[in-house]
Design a protein around this ligand. Structure first.
Ligand code: COA
Length: 197
């Protein structure tokens, strides 16, 4: 049986708010596990996976959203029933890089790939980053992964590579890291060198 027309509709993007969205956390964990199982995505855990630890991980990220150091954006399928993907902005406070944000945990469900979900959540998180004055964004991904091909399509530029930087979740092989950055359009005009920290 094919996907219903509602599922095929454009994904709907939400900004995670713990009061309204806490019931989606087990789905965040399921999607995270699905990416490790189906793509060997290097994202915090290696197999064998303990689903409770992955749920706990997302509860901790939700606490960071509550504390204001993180923003998480997620997309639901057009019918609102399935989590299609998500991404986070880590906005750790420093006085020397108050305009730098780190893009983390971009994961799209294997059931919702190549339909613009990554682009939709990335555009949403960049709009939020810009509103909050986080106008220089950095991120890391695995060398040789599809994501390495995707980020330049979203306007990200490579800043360097680190070989043997992380452990593949199933084989335990060491994999290289590629770093990307993007300077959002308002960066030059927004940051005033005279502003005191
Ligand atoms: C990589 C990933 C996030 C892409 O998500 P997606 O929703 O399928 O991507 P989109 O449909 O929004 O595509 C965005 C752009 O990237 C390109 N793209 C997406 N997947 C690609 C792939 N496998 N190879 C090459 N380009 C790709 C698309 O063509 C599109 O560019 P275009 O609009 O200029 O044509 C998804 O495959 C995924 O979650 N993979 C496993 C987890 C992962 O690697 N996450 C990144 C961790 S840093």
């Amino acid at each position: 049986m094919g996907a219903s027309p509602d599922i095929k509709r454009k994904p709907v993007v939400h900004v995670y708010n713990h009061t309204e969205h806490a019931h989606w956390l087990p789905a965040f964990a399921d999607l995270h596990i699905a990416c490790i199982h189906s793509d060997a995505t290097i994202v915090a855990f290696v197999s064998p996976l303990d689903p409770n630890k992955v749920i706990q991980y997302w509860e901790e990220r939700a606490a960071e959203v509550e504390a204001g150091s993180r923003v998480t954006v997620f997309a639901l399928s057009g019918d609102g029933k399935e989590l299609a993907g998500f991404v986070s902005l880590n906005q750790t406070m420093t006085q020397t890089q108050p305009f730098v944000g780190s893009i983390e945990k971009l994961l799209v469900s294997p059931n919702h790939r190549r339909r613009g979900v990554a682009r939709a959540v990335m555009e949403a998180i960049e709009r939020i980053a810009e509103e909050r004055g986080r106008t220089v964004l950095t991120l890391h991904t695995e060398e040789g992964s599809p994501a390495e091909l995707m980020y330049p399509r979203l306007g990200y530029l490579e800043f360097g590579r680190i070989p043997t930087f992380m452990v593949s979740p199933h084989t335990r092989e060491l994999k290289g890291d590629v770093g990307f950055y993007k300077i959002l359009s308002s960066h030059g005009t927004r940051w005033d060198a005279r502003t005191k920290p």
